[in-house]
Design a protein around this ligand. Sequence first.
Ligand SMILES: NC(=O)C1=CN([C@@H]2O[C@H](COP(=O)(O)OP(=O)(O)OC[C@H]3O[C@@H](n4cnc5c(N)ncnc54)[C@H](OP(=O)(O)O)[C@@H]3O)[C@@H](O)[C@H]2O)C=CC1
Ligand SMILES: CC(=O)N[C@@H](CCC(=O)OP(=O)(O)O)C(=O)O
Length: 345
Amino acid sequence: MKVGIVGANGYSGLELIRLLTNHPVAEIEMLISHSTSGQSIKTIYPHLKDICEMDLEDLTIDEVAGRVELLFFATPSGVSSHYIASLIDKGIPCIDLSGDHRLLDPATYQAWYHKEPAPIKALNQAVYGLSEFFQTEIKDAQLIANPGCYPTATLLGILPALKKGFINKDSIIIDAKSGLSGAGRGTSLMTHFAETNDNLKAYNLGSHQHIPEIEQTLKKVTQLETRVTFSTHLVPMTRGIMCTIYAKVMGSQTTEDFIKEYKTFYKNSPFVRIREAGQWPTTKDVSGSNYCDIGFNVDERTGQVTIVSVIDNLVKGAAGQAIQNFNLMNGLDQQMGLKQVPMYP
Ligand SMILES: NC(=O)C1=CN([C@@H]2O[C@H](COP(=O)(O)OP(=O)(O)OC[C@H]3O[C@@H](n4cnc5c(N)ncnc54)[C@H](OP(=O)(O)O)[C@@H]3O)[C@@H](O)[C@H]2O)C=CC1
Ligand SMILES: CC(=O)N[C@@H](CCC(=O)OP(=O)(O)O)C(=O)O
C-alpha cells in the first residue's frame, strides 16, 4: 500500500521513514518537504544511504491523490489543516501527527495554539488516535488525529484508574519530562546545547497546548469533567518522556490493587507493559520501541498514588502510534512493523 510523508525531513517524519522501511505492507511512495524539495533525503540524513535515497517533493494535492493511498502529516501545527479537508474529499485518508485535528472545539484550539483552527467538517471527521482506547472508531476512520507525546504517556497512565474510580478526579498532578527531540529539529535558544546540557528547565506551566487534549480525552472516556495540573520539563537527553502522575486514592487501594487492575485493563494491549511493585520504569526501557511502561506506588501514609509512565516520544509518542493506527485502519495486526526491541543501554 503506497503512502506518503509530509514533513519527511523533520524528526517525526524521519522516524516514520525508519519504521515504515521495515513495514511488510506500507510502501513509501512520496517524501514531501516544504523547504528541501528536490534534494535527496540521504543528503540531509546520510545514515539513510542504501536504505532510503528518495528525493523530497513538493506538496501538490492532485499529485499526491494520484500516487498515494494514505498520507502522514508530520508538520508543525497550523499546516495540515490547510490540506487535509481537500485530501479527504479526494478519498485519501490522512494520519495527522500534529495537534491540528485533536481538539473538537475550534475556539479551544485557537485559545491554546494561537492559530486558525481546521475546518469544522474535518474536525468532525477526525478520530483521536489513542490506539488502546478507540480501536473501533480508528478502524473506520478517514482522518486520525494522532495524540501528542505527553498526552499519550499521561492518558495511558491515568485512564484505567480514573475509569475504575481508584483516584479523585480533582487531585491529578502530572509532572512531565521530555528529551529534546520532542521539540523537533529546528534550532532555538530553548534547545541550544549550552542552555540545556547539565540543566533542567520547566516550561509553559499552565499554558501547554496538551492540557485541553488531556482533559478532553479524560472526559470522553470517563464522562468526568477534570482540571489537571500539568507541568512540562526539558531534560538533557535525546529521546524519551516520563510522566510522573500524582493523585489522591479514593478508597483503600494498594499498589498491588493498581497493578492488578492495570494488568487486567491492558491484557489485550501488547504495547502497554505493567511493572511489578517496587519496579519503576525508565525512559531507556522503551527507547526506540512502541512500548509504554507503567509503574505504581501507593503511599499509605499520605493516601496518594504515584504512577510513572514512560514512552519514546518519537515512537509511541508520534510515528509508532501513527503506524499502529495505520495498521488498525487497514485491518492489519496492530503490531505489524512495530516489534522493535527497546535499545538498551
Ligand atoms: N518530536 C516529537 O517527539 C513529536 C512531535 N509531534 C508533532 O509532530 C509534528 C512534527 O514534529 P517534529 O518532527 O518534531 O518537527 P520538526 O521541526 O523536526 O519537523 C517539522 C517538519 O515540518 C515541515 N514544515 C515546517 N513548516 C511547514 C510548512 N509551512 N508547510 C509544510 N511543511 C512544513 C518541515 O519541513 P521543511 O523543512 O520542508 O519546512 C519539517 O520536515 C509537530 O506537529 C509535532 O508537534 C507529535 C508528537 C511527538
Ligand atoms: C520538548 C518539547 O518541546 N515538546 C513539545 C511537544 C511536541 C508535541 O507533541 O506537540 P503537538 O501537540 O504540537 O504535536 C512541546 O512541549 O510542545
